[in-house]
Design a protein around this ligand. Structure first.
Ligand code: NAP
Ligand code: GLV
Ligand code: GLV
Length: 341
């Protein structure tokens, strides 16, 4: 077999991208916008491998079309893969891989940027300076200007204690001397709890006790809408909710109500139930929310390393090996890795 055919749904940053184009017979979607769904369905059967982004809806229609043709592997350029129908891929013998670990610190750091921005009203303060309001106020310093919340000694609640959740906890415990509570599917090993000064609690206790609540679960049928009106009402009126996981983990209407009516003090959001968020969305009208356009992993370092992780997964598969970041382990029983046969 010659070079396997690869469809990449966007140009990717870093030197590994050049190598990808050398190792595969690749076509790259040239636009800034994602390829429309019908393009994915049309392309899928004609390629051995596909590199997808979280904005590409890889549903069963795309997968079945691909499986009828020559598609063998979908290598996602992200750690989250809720845009891919993984069960469908497994049934059709298609491998799915992702890019964990290399973006953990970048996403944890952005989480802290949102926490600090929300706790200290940083975005509003920036606007105050630029707009001339500070100048017009006639005073350079005032004892009650932009009073925020200090983090030292406060309680940080982590929902989803995986790679990113633990990285956020580590910065909170070691950097800000915070007490850490966590809720997750299962309890972490004792050493991890001790190192991070973290206590395993119920979701309800976490919501009631935490000053900062930060979401780090994947989007699954169980986590969709996990934070709704009931949960938001349990939080402290002084608390800040941060979401760098997936927008649909939070009920957006309940969140708007909570922020408007002061059930919670503020929110920092990098992810939304619809992306891009329309500018007329009520969240954009609220003063107590800091918004970012899904840039959790957006450091040069992480994004270049993600390209290399995608490449490593594809190259391992090409060599007939199980890719290092295989998401659907059960697929191995269906079909051996490799583009031959
Ligand atoms: P991870 O290591 O798999 O961590 C997820 C954690 O959530 C795991 O501890 C998992 O438990 C737990 N969990 C899963 N389902 C749960 C449930 N129903 N209830 C409670 N806990 C549950 O993943 P990660 O690398 O930290 O990434 C987490 C998510 O962050 C990704 O899935 C992605 O959606 C999001 N993300 C966003 C950005 C961004 O740009 N904003 C960047 C990177 C990632 P188990 O260990 O039992 O599975
Ligand atoms: C980004 O949101 C990711 O899941 O990698
Ligand atoms: C909030 O998280 C939203 O989805 O709008």
């Amino acid at each position: 077999m010659g070079k396997p055919r690869l469809f990449v749904t966007r140009r990717l940053p870093g030197p590994c991208f050049k190598r990808m184009l050398e190792e595969f017979n690749a076509d790259v979607w040239p636009e800034w916008r994602h390829p429309p769904h019908e393009v994915l369905v049309e392309k899928a059967p004609h390629y051995d491998a596909m590199v997808s982004l979280l904005t590409d809806r890889i549903d069963c229609e795309v997968i079945v079309a691909g499986a009828r043709g020559r598609l063998r592997i979908i290598s996602q350029y992200a750690v989250g893969y809720d845009n891919i129908d993984v069960d469908c891929a497994t049934r059709h013998g298609i491998y799915v891989t992702n890019t964990p670990d290399v973006l953990t610190e970048a996403t944890a750091e952005l989480t802290w940027a949102l926490i600090l921005a929300a706790a200290r009203h940083l975005v509003k303060a920036d606007r105050y300076v630029r707009s001339g309001e500070w100048y017009r106020s006639g005073t350079g310093w005032h004892p009650e200007l932009f009073l925020g919340m200090e983090l030292r000694g406060k309680t940080l609640g982590i929902i989803g204690f995986g790679r990113i959740g633990r990285a956020v906890a580590r910065i909170g415990a070691k950097g800000f001397g915070m007490k850490v509570l966590y809720y997750s599917r299962r309890r972490a090993p004792r050493e991890v709890e001790q190192e991070l000064n973290a206590r395993y609690v119920s979701l309800e206790e976490l919501l009631r006790e935490s000053d900062i609540v930060s979401l780090h679960v994947p989007l699954t049928p169980e986590t969709r809408g996990m934070i709704g009106e009931r949960e938001l009402r349990m939080m402290k009126p002084t608390a800040i909710l941060v979401n760098t996981a997936r927008g649909a983990v939070v009920d957006p209407d309940a969140l708007v109500k909570a922020l408007r009516e002061g059930w919670i003090a503020a929110a920092g959001l990098d992810v939304f139930h619809v992306e891009p968020l329309p500018p007329e969305h009520p969240l954009t009208k609220l003063d107590n929310v800091v918004l970012a356009p899904h840039i959790g992993s957006a450091t040069r370092e992480a994004r270049e390393a993600m390209t290399c992780a995608v490449l490593e997964n594809l190259l391992a598969f090409k060599r007939g090996e199980v890719p290092p970041n295989l998401v659907n382990r059960e697929v191995v029983e269906k079909r051996r890795p490799g583009f031959e046969g």
